[in-house]
Design a protein around this ligand. Sequence first.
Ligand SMILES: Cc1cc2nc3c(=O)[nH]c(=O)nc-3n(C[C@H](O)[C@H](O)[C@H](O)COP(=O)(O)OP(=O)(O)OC[C@H]3O[C@@H](n4cnc5c(N)ncnc54)[C@H](O)[C@@H]3O)c2cc1C
Length: 474
Amino acid sequence: MTTPTTAEVHHWGKKPAVVEIDGFRGRLISADHADYDIGRAVWNGAIDRRPRLIARCLGTADVVAAVRFARDHDLEIAIRGGGHSVAGTAVCDDGIVVDLSAMRAVRVDRANRTAWVQGGALWGDVDHETQAHGLATTGGIVSHTGVAGLTLGGGIGWLMRKHGLTVDNLLAVEIVTANGERLRASEDEHPDLFWALRGGGGNFGVVTWFEFRLHSIGPTVLAGPILWDASDAGEVLRFYRDFVREAPDELGTIVKFTTAPPLPVIPEDLHWRPVVMVGTCYAGPIEEGERVLRPLRASRPPLLDLVGPKPYMELQSALDSTVLHGWNYYWKATHLPELRDELIHVIAEHAFSFSSPRSYTAMFHLKGAVSRVATGRTAFANRHASHAIIHHAAWRPGEDFGDRDTAWTRGFFAALGRFREGVYVNFLGGDEAPDRVREAYGDSVYDRLVDVKTKYDPDNVFHHNQNIRPISAG
Ligand SMILES: Cc1cc2nc3c(=O)[nH]c(=O)nc-3n(C[C@H](O)[C@H](O)[C@H](O)COP(=O)(O)OP(=O)(O)OC[C@H]3O[C@@H](n4cnc5c(N)ncnc54)[C@H](O)[C@@H]3O)c2cc1C
């Protein structure tokens, strides 16, 4: 027998009411609850939404109960995984948040090199369990990012050029659909849904478990950033372009145009200095990585070279304190082709015009295994772009950089206009034109996503996301 959980929900209709969700064993958090403000806060401090109810689930049965309750009471639904979406879609005004933040279990099957990961886990949870076996899968580059939202949008990270996107390593999911049904989706079960979940975001239901393929990684890898002065950006990028064109798949690189963060590994005299920083991770033998990286490291004298053997776990959390929860964020992003000179000129001209020392631009090098999967094989499209670039305005509460740096991201993005080649859906903000979601997929993938959405969520119950509108919703 299940014990209903109860919660006072004020302003529910005309008078306060007691809410019970049959079969729900987690916590129900309403506006009068001491944890309400913590519960509705997401990573982006600029998001301030007030749901009627946060349903903090303990397992799949709770998710089923919460979705059915929301449908029965005609409530809006937002799904919270790790709470990291810059658009803040993990929380809605006046509806119910199906909150998976208490569902963070990870179970590794060492023999089969797979891991089952619960829908509210963070990448730090996954790396912690998998690295205990010297295994990993492609994950995000910040350990407090959620597995669910990242995976469902595609998943880019240090390992993608060798091992593919996160979705290329996804083997199966358990999902609760819009009618509260629990399904398993894989290549063999509901293959249309499984295709859509590999890039189509949170449009199709609440994923409660993910099964991933794992690979041997580390636990020690050759990794770390090389820092040059901002004034060297053009020269560094020209060398970098030629260098990464020939680089093996094992080498993952991300270029950041930033100020040097005040981390203990960075000498104090460099703190907050504008720098172009090439982050590296070699997913192969250390000695081989040393040889591969030698030309880049010797290309011109750096301010600082922190490349060296380090635990993969350390790399995966190295940037955590540079993007803290509760700061305000605004993003613009696009995919880019290979860096020809005129593109490098535009990047170098705009990259350092931010005001907040916490704002930056990051550019992920794609290609490798990412582009060897045929377009349309998964719902993650734009597989042939060379780089995913993201302009990242960041300022602390009370600071007045917001307007200036939001304008900076927009100006930078506009200046890249003629070079744009699609966009990564997980880098879209909350104020993008609807055609940017189509841009993230291209026409044929988008149209196929509409068909799957129409089949599994014809009423667009799950629309707090980068929305694919079903045909029935007009
Ligand atoms: C600091 C930072 C670093 C990042 N680094 C990377 C990176 O290296 N690589 C990369 O690919 N992306 C990266 N991202 C982007 C990231 O992929 C997205 O922000 C993603 O939405 C985060 O997932 P989440 O579960 O934390 O998000 P949430 O905010 O919880 O959810 C966002 C949306 O995802 C959907 N969703 C979440 N959980 C579920 C679920 N269980 N079932 C169904 N739908 C769900 C919902 O539609 C929800 O609105 C980064 C983001 C941040 C803020």
